[in-house]
Design a binder for this molecule. Structure first.
Ligand code: ATR
Length: 281
């Protein structure tokens, strides 16, 4: 695409951003759809966050994504925070609405759309074990609780973080907090296991957050990690007859929801999925 003065601009702020697959996914989608926009990544240190946000506004960016470590602190520099972002306690997408910066969060809803479209699962009534209690668990846990899960057991290495998330989600569903090593019994009764920790992420591909022997064929095992696409946990789940869902779709669906907000059109989800798949090979 030839860049002219009229090209629309969106982007990403984080630290680091060098590994991010988003620029590739977004710019391919714009090119494919003939949308005159570009997506640019910016490595922004914590001390520069406020000036970077006002700079993007001054430069006429239509919006930007926010990633680690700015998802919480960016809220200090926005004019409005939508309910989803307040509930999750973090912003991953900012919309510049004529100079007014609106923060939202598409991670939770993106996850639910990916899970439902790829597995056909109905969330109402599910007994869920959620591994981890960090930022990703908060986004996904909030969305699962609001989607009608019957029970969410939060299993984490650190108990106080599990307890904090359990009490956050209590307003929507039944929750309880346990340590990772207490997972055997709740997992026996669960229908969905959602893995949100960094255990098993490349390059530590052989790591598994739980004893694989605890996995069983009545489970759907969903791992938020997308690199590698098949984590050790998903491989072990498959061996035991469980259904599996990878984190690749969440990355695409959260982007697709931002695309809709910024561009006002449906994103080319299938093509974005293919771009991501190719870039991970
Ligand atoms: P993210 O935003 O990706 O969720 P985070 O907020 O730093 O990142 O949360 C990381 C999660 O992975 C936490 O639940 C963390 O457990 P603690 O709360 O005990 O720190 C979990 N985690 C990271 N490394 C882990 C490990 N080696 N074993 C078990 N859990 C781990």
């Amino acid at each position: 695409m030839v860049i002219t003065g009229t090209v629309g601009k969106v982007g990403l702020i984080g630290h680091p951003v060098g590994h991010s697959k988003s620029p590739e996914i977004w710019n391919d989608a714009f090119e494919n759809q003939e949308i005159p926009y570009i997506y640019l990544p910016f490595d922004v240190s914590t001390g520069d966050l406020g000036s970077a946000v006002s700079g993007l506004k001054s430069l006429g960016f239509r919006g930007f994504n926010v990633t680690i470590p700015h998802k919480v602190s960016v809220m200090n520099f926005l004019d409005e925070i939508e309910e989803e972002a307040v509930e999750i306690g973090a912003v991953n997408t900012v919309i510049n609405d004529g100079g007014r910066l609106i923060g939202t969060n598409t991670d939770g809803e993106g996850y639910i759309q990916s899970l439902q479209s790829e597995t056909g699962l109905t969330l109402a009534g599910q007994h869920i074990v959620l591994l981890g209690a960090g930022g990703a668990a908060r986004a996904v846990g909030t969305a699962l609780a609001k989607a009608g899960a019957a029970q969410i057991t939060i299993a984490n290495r650190t108990m106080d973080k599990a307890e904090a998330l359990a009490s956050r989600l209590q307003r929507w569903t039944r929750t309880n907090a346990i340590l990772l090593e207490q997972i055997a019994s709740p997992l026996q009764d669960a229908s969905l296991l959602v893995q949100t920790t960094s255990v098993g992420m490349s390059p530590n591909k052989e790591a598994c957050p739980i004893d694989p022997e605890l996995l069983h064929s009545d489970l759907l095992v969903s791992d938020l990690i997308y690199h590698p696409r098949q984590t050790r946990l998903l491989k072990e789940a498959k061996i035991r007859g469980a259904r599996v869902h990878s984190g690749l779709g969440m990355l695409v669906h959260q982007a697709a929801l931002a695309y809709q907000r910024w561009i006002g059109k449906d994103a080319p989800i299938k093509q974005m999925m293919e771009t991501l798949d190719q870039s991970l090979k």
